[in-house]
Design a binder for this molecule. Structure first.
Ligand code: AP5
Length: 193
């Protein structure tokens, strides 16, 4: 099973990715988490990525694509994976297509979580209080939403045209959202009931 989880910042991608991937027995691969691990370890990649992340901008494809290419080539991802936060641009879609072609693999489903704008802002401001993520300030949250709308939302059309897209209501309790995702995956035939 090769899945992509999409949705605006705060939609619950990271939260759902861990649960869904656990149930499917595949690794959850979050580009945001990999970048944050590099930032906290102050690796050269982390130092470079931090400039963009703190401003709510996307890290350049030259850095991001190579990182994903290496990660999905690891043994635990050979039989499947759940991508959280990648691809985010049309150029990243093309790059992922090329990586999958090399592996004679393809994406089974793309799940888009939809959440009201007000709820998103509430979730991220709450996280700002508890975790203090550098990109969870009100201005940067707003900018991240704009970047998503401009650069990532167009991917919904791309995957819809391929017949692999399914939209899931991301409002409500975490467990309710997870249940909706599995119902949607079962309906598309991507996951067994
Ligand atoms: P990333 O870490 O992916 O950030 P994001 O997309 O802005 O997403 P968030 O982590 O804010 O939200 P989420 O949808 O994962 O929701 P979460 O589950 O955390 O990326 C960070 C940065 O890295 C980017 O801005 C960019 O700079 C860079 N980057 C990453 N990928 C890149 C790429 N492909 N190309 C270029 N640059 C890239 O939930 C949010 C909060 O809500 C949490 O506190 C959670 O506990 C809470 N919550 C979750 N679900 C619920 C629920 N159902 N009810 C109530 N609260 C909930």
């Amino acid at each position: 099973m090769r899945l992509i989880l999409m949705g605006p910042p705060g939609a619950g991608k990271g939260t759902q990715a861990k649960v869904i991937a656990g149930r499917l027995g595949v690794p959850a691969i979050s580009t945001g988490d990999i970048f944050r691990a590099n930032v906290s370890q102050q690796t050269p990649l982390g130092v470079e990525a931090k400039r963009y992340m703190d401003a709510g901008e996307y890290v350049p494809d030259t850095i991001t694509n190579g990182m994903v290419r290496d990660r999905i080539a690891e043994d635990d991802a050979r039989q499947g994976f759940l991508l959280d936060g990648y691809p985010r641009t049309v150029a990243q879609v093309e790059e992922l297509d090329a990586m999958l072609t090399e592996q004679s693999a393809s994406i089974d489903a793309v799940v888009v979580l939809t959440v009201d704008q007000d709820e998103i802002v509430q979730r991220l401001l709450k996280r700002a209080e508890t975790e203090g993520r550098a990109d969870d300030t009100e201005d940067v949250i707003r900018h991240r939403q704009d970047v998503y709308t401009e650069q990532t939302a167009p991917l919904i059309e791309v995957y819809a045209a391929r017949g692999v897209l399914t939209e899931v209501d991301g409002m409500g309790a975490v467990e309710e959202v997870t249940a909706r995702v599995f119902t949607a995956l079962e309906a598309t035939g991507a996951a067994a009931g």
